[in-house]
Design a protein around this ligand. Sequence first.
Ligand code: ACO
Length: 316
Amino acid sequence: MKIIGTGSALPEKVVSNDMLAGFLETSDEWITTRTGINTRRLLSSDNLGELAITAARAAIETSHIDIENIDYIICSNVANNYVTPSLSTIIQGGLGDCSCPCMDLNGACAGFIYAIDIAEALLKTDRARNILIVCAEEPSKFCNWHQRETSVLFGDGAGAVVVTGGDNLLSRRVTAKSQKDVLYYKRPLESTPYDRSTENAEPLVMNGRDVFRMAVQGSLSDINALLDDAHMQPDDVDYYLLHQANMRIINSIRENIKQPEEKFPCNLQRYGNTSSASIPILIDELAREHKLKEGALLMLSAFGAGFVTGGALLRW
Ligand code: ACO
């Protein structure tokens, strides 16, 4: 598998830490020192479907593949306004001349790596030649905005890639270990005359310390396993592109494998945690700034609710 096109799109509204401190008991100092986040982009007059389509179009354009030659769309999304139809079919509708199969997956913040895993299987078994992966997330819509613990952490956004056959994906790994209480969002369902339990909807609940610990441990075990598989050392990797959750999580991982800061490009300072969209948005920014040289070795690593993790080692 190889990545041949990238795209991203972010909401127009920029929300600073000070703006949050206007209605939450928090401060720029608390948020910056605990998370590294300065601003985030939040949906207001725009919507997630539009962002996803814009990111998808940009990825297809840079891939130089005609839209009719995209033969699968995989969309990673935790939640959006439509439970059904899938967001991937909504994206397909916005792309014009496209009638390929579409699927959504919910791999939480590790959804991009899960999508890569599935895309590689489809390519390897000749079920598809060119696959569009779109990660589109609006975590701001499932946070409790009266609760400072979670609402300051997230941002909305979409990132996309087009992948095709190739031998640039050296190895990948996805894991899951059921831990539903550390991080969850229960959305409302309709009540029925037979079941009122559907009324127990709850905005995002997070045990920050457990998430921190599981994120660092999970990411390190994926990184080390992928390096072992490839008979490589941490020094061999040019860039570590980690899920943009929190600068302290990223720094803990970085310090453990004794690598310099410049190998860990980050944009969470500007965008906050955009869940599964964070890695493809970062890849798109680096590609557009010509920071990814051909042949560069990239280590991708993500972790999220489930608890799930995923890593991929690939050549650019
Ligand atoms: N502003 C001010 N104070 C706050 C805020 C806030 N936004 N949020 C929490 N606090 C308070 C708490 O109420 C608590 O107060 P108390 O001590 O009076 O009870 C205190 O700050 C907690 O402080 P710390 O214990 O120092 O916080 P900690 O160092 O654990 O940092 C954090 C909290 C940032 C959530 C940390 O646990 C963390 O990074 N966890 C990982 C969470 C994460 O990144 N989730 C991302 C989503 S999931 C994913 O992407 C996989």
